[in-house]
Design a protein around this ligand. Sequence first.
Ligand code: FE2
Length: 493
Amino acid sequence: MVTSDSPTQATIIWETDLPALGLVHLARVISSAPKTTPSPGPAVKVGNVEYLVDTVASFSEASQLTRHQLTISGLQPESEYIYVIQGDTPNGERVVSEPYLFKTAPRPGQGPVTFSFISDTRAGEERGERDYMGHNSSVLSRLTQDAYRRGAELMLADGDLIKGYTSDTEDFRLQLKGWKQSVAGFWRSRPIFTAMGNHEALSNVYDDGSPHGIQLDKWPYNEQSAEAVFADEFYNPVNGPQPSDPRRPTYQKNAYHFQYGPVLFICVNNNYWWTTNQAIPTYGGSPEGYIFEEQLSWFENVLTQAEANATVRYVVVFCQQVVFPCGGHMKDGMWWQGDNNVRAYSRKGQKLEPEKLGMIEVRNRFWKSMAQSTKVAAVLTGHEHSYHRTLIDQRTPVGLFPADDANKDGKLDQISANPDFVQPTWQITAGTGGAPYHAPEDSPWTPAVMSLQRGYLLFHADASRLSLKFISITGQVIDEVDDLMAVKKKVAK
Ligand SMILES: [Fe+2]
């Protein structure tokens, strides 16, 4: 992993089948070597290209392991390096990787950055490469390769990576392993940051006669919950909120933020501590789309700090559950057809109690914090398996609570605009990474663009603008925005 939070560091993570002492050989790239022999200095060949290098060094682990993680410090920001991994077993067996290239991140605020976004890569009811270990490998690998070729320096993978919904921890881990295999070509050179989707569910399941039974996040939470296993399988930043009740699952590596060049990325987990809907008031847990108070206030704090941080030019938020659905998930996401009764239940001491804020109140507070920031360029989501881009502003009918609940039953009876949504802000949904299609449906808000093609998002951020392309699996540019910040209102300094 490389980020601008520590631009002089890189962390390399790998696994071996047998316990082995890990070693990383590292060399800084000066330039491609001239086609003369012999080379004027030390050189390393990656594929067919020979590179002149300096500062060759080796870094070793202290003990024999199967899961390896080495953080290397003292690197130059925004520089290219070549690394080779070596593993030595106690029996004298040695494995050595191919040489791979990576680039360190720029200092905060520096450099243009190109990044990509993919979501809902899970498999449906198809066969062959379209369902390889629970994900659509055919689509995922093609989109990831295209992003690599077009220069994406990092990738956001916004959940529903795999089919999931399993009660077997090994099955869950194997599905994630399969997913990592499909993106390995990208990931060995450039970082991927993952979010949890509703499909990243690992549960204990009880038969109550319903089709899927009662599903409760697997326990003990500290090692068996979906959140804990996800954190064990992915190397994401560790700076998320603390659960207000330490008995609940962790936010570690499933809610986090990091800066890369001029962009601050915030990953929000709106699939935290999921329980089957009908069982929530009895056993506790959270519905799809819900965000607990502790994560909401953490998010608001991160945004406030970003507003004051001169090195942050743009903020990009990503979460799996769609905030304003347009087809496929009108009945959940963060909308639930305007039902504010939908909410999480958690224990206060021994007693199980509903959370204070309902779904519509949570959604409105979440969006308000972004619509009062001058830097949030877009909220990227998946969950709906289509591409849609929707501008939300003070005139968009979004629904207020309690003002729009005339008969006081908790459900919205009319849908008003929200005067608190001061800064127009884009919601961009692209759950088009391989899962089966969702058709458009009527929604109170109207997308500016919609497409049912499979594809991914490619962004380019520099000092003047943050631009976007939605690129289909055939390489066609389906949608393009030159400057996502152009919709923002001028704010007097
Ligand atoms: Fe989803």
